[in-house]
Design a protein around this ligand. Sequence first.
Ligand SMILES: Nc1nc2c(c(=O)[nH]1)N[C@H]1C(S)=C(S)[C@@H](COP(=O)(O)O)O[C@H]1N2
Ligand SMILES: [Mo]
Length: 390
Amino acid sequence: MDEERRVISDDPENSETPLDLLSGWVTPNRLFFVRNHFDVPTIDLDAWSLEVTGCVDRPRSWTWQEIDQLPQRSVFATSECAGNGRSFLQPTVGGVQWGAGAIGHAEWTGIPVHHLLDACQLSEDVCEIVFEGADQGTEPDHPEPMPFARSLPVEKALDHDTLLVTRMNGERLELNHGFPLRLFVPGWYGVASVKWLTRIRVIDHQFQGYFQTKKYTVQRDTGRGRQTIVVGPMAVKSEIIRPHAGEPLGIGTNRVFGVAWAGDDLVKDVDVSTDGGNTWQRAELLGIRAPYSWCLWEYLWSVEGEGEYELMARAVSEGGDVQPIGSNPLNGGYLINFSRPVTVRVESTRISDAKPADAETMLYDMAGFAEENVRRPLDVDLEFSYGGGI
Ligand SMILES: Nc1nc2c(c(=O)[nH]1)N[C@H]1C(S)=C(S)[C@@H](COP(=O)(O)O)O[C@H]1N2
Ligand SMILES: [Mo]
């Protein structure tokens, strides 16, 4: 089995999580998707610093030693690239042609951003907080070099769960995932979580950076006409992990297994269709259901007749958001959360006899993950969030 990320484009690396190899709740770091716009920066920890500037009473900077000594906490959360699934769009849209795997779920450990911002004392007129990475580059429509930068509204930046992350699944961040320090914004598309963070700028206006005006935006019709909206919170979505497209199945009971997520909301239900969306049956949610995190689900499908079948899954959030059936052209190449049919073949020469909730295997997977974490003890002062601590 080739347990590796699936490279979509090289130099810089853009690679997917191999979803079909997953069976547990947490995505191992070595399999966790990578989205890089520019070359990975060179990091010298001795020369490294994080500075907070702009509309603050006490601007200051921190060395790596100072940052690494601050109290940290942990949040489990799913991170999905806003362009995940782009290759499934018809007609095609330019950009990295992601399949379904620009997503993963991990335990993120770090310092709440508000600890640093509190120390610097925000001025009264603050509007947004800009986060800047150490990576730089150009885009075809932006020939001058620019750092990768994104802003957050003040409330989201100050949220207890918005972290300056030093560890992912208990391990030091990989260089590809933003070593030594990255922002992590639970419940939001991955683009918000700036890697290789070295500068935080507090501003009194709305940030007009490239990655939230020229890219990572969607259109919305409002009372004031069509507006451009910055991509932020993740939309409700589900993904069928097994069976995969084209997989031969048997007469009898087949296991349909997948994941579903709903940003910072909980997944309420997942429904599965085996007839291309004409009829729907309720799937079973498995294991942990927590805000920010994907949940696992399965549906045991009894089938008597051979032939081709179109499987679909559709998630609903506690707040009542329903995963759409068709793509939304106003979303361009982002927020691709429509239910996508997976065509499978049931063969009369095969017999299937799947059993419900592989709970033991799942628990075994989680025990394995916990054990790996124990082998690499956390040397930080941890405080678990609601839904965490598993
Ligand atoms: N500095 C920097 N931060 C970045 C990016 C980047 O190219 N440079 N890509 C963003 C995007 S679009 C995504 S989806 C996530 C991907 O994080 P990962 O590579 O750790 O999975 O990082 C975000 N943060
Ligand atoms: Mo992304």
